[in-house]
Design a protein around this ligand. Structure first.
Ligand SMILES: N[C@@H](CCC(=O)N[C@@H](CS)C(=O)NCC(=O)O)C(=O)O
Length: 223
């Protein structure tokens, strides 16, 4: 069947989730970068929503990061999911919560005025209030979603935390994890993993900030 090929836009957090999984699973893969502002015809033919990530596996095409990651997990054992179906279902539900956080984060950074931007920031903070008590107690300064080992659900959150970290480097007012000690330790734990560190190209931290600025958002003006 040959190596799977991941179609990527280098700033996309959903693609990044799949890259983390590919790296965690040590899968031999190829990656092709496209410009979403100028989508090539071959991409529009294979991506039903015109969105990345897309994973090309032989003659087949998979879309939706959660589905791609489940496929990678099932075909590259050992699984990063818990065995118990109920616990697994709960992990999937919390991975959905991460997708909602990614949408909030995008809208927070892209909002055109202060009121809208603050509203989106507050939505992130109210989700943090829900998430913090769900987390277990850190051990030796480390924490994953389910305690002391990494699962698929962690890979859903890492791109969100990484973007928050890029923003945090620009000013303390972007440090939304303040006041949420377990979330902070979870974020630090994930961002220290080689699979997470190596899941983006070296230029991504700068390009992420430049992307926000280029969209003339209210937050972009503060960076
Ligand atoms: N639910 C999708 C979301 C993917 C998504 O929104 N990707 C964005 C880039 S981060 C995209 O391709 N947008 C299309 C566009 O900008 O035209 C997933 O998890 O794969």
């Amino acid at each position: 069947m040959g190596k799977p090929t991941l179609i990527s836009f280098k700033l996309c957090p959903y693609v990044q989730r799949s890259v983390i999984n590919l790296l965690e699973k040590k899968v031999d893969y190829e990656i092709k970068y496209i410009d979403l502002a100028n989508k090539p015809d071959w991409f529009l033919k294979i991506s039903p929503f015109g969105r990345v990530p897309v994973l090309v596996v032989g003659e087949e095409v998979l879309f939706e990061s959660a589905v791609i990651n489940e496929y990678l997990d099932e075909t590259n054992l050992p699984s990063l999911h818990p065995k118990d179906p109920l616990v697994k279902a709960k992990h999937r539900a919390w991975a959905e919560f991460a997708s909602a956080l990614l949408v909030d984060q995008y809208l927070w950074t892209m909002s055109k005025d202060e009121a809208e931007s603050n509203k989106k920031r507050d939505e992130i903070l109210s989700k943090f209030k829900i998430l913090e008590p769900v987390l277990l107690e850190p051990k030796d300064g480390k924490l994953f979603f389910a305690g002391d080992s990494m699962h698929l659900v962690d890979t859903a959150y890492a791109p969100f935390f990484m973007r928050l970290d890029f923003l945090k480097a620009k000013g303390a007012e972007f440090d939304l994890g303040r006041g949420f000690p377990k979330i902070q330790i979870w974020s630090d734990t994930l961002l220290s993993l080689p699979s997470v560190k190596n899941s983006v190209l070296p230029e991504v931290p700068n390009e992420y900030i430049e992307f926000i600025k280029a969209h003339n958002s209210w937050l972009g003006g503060k960076l």
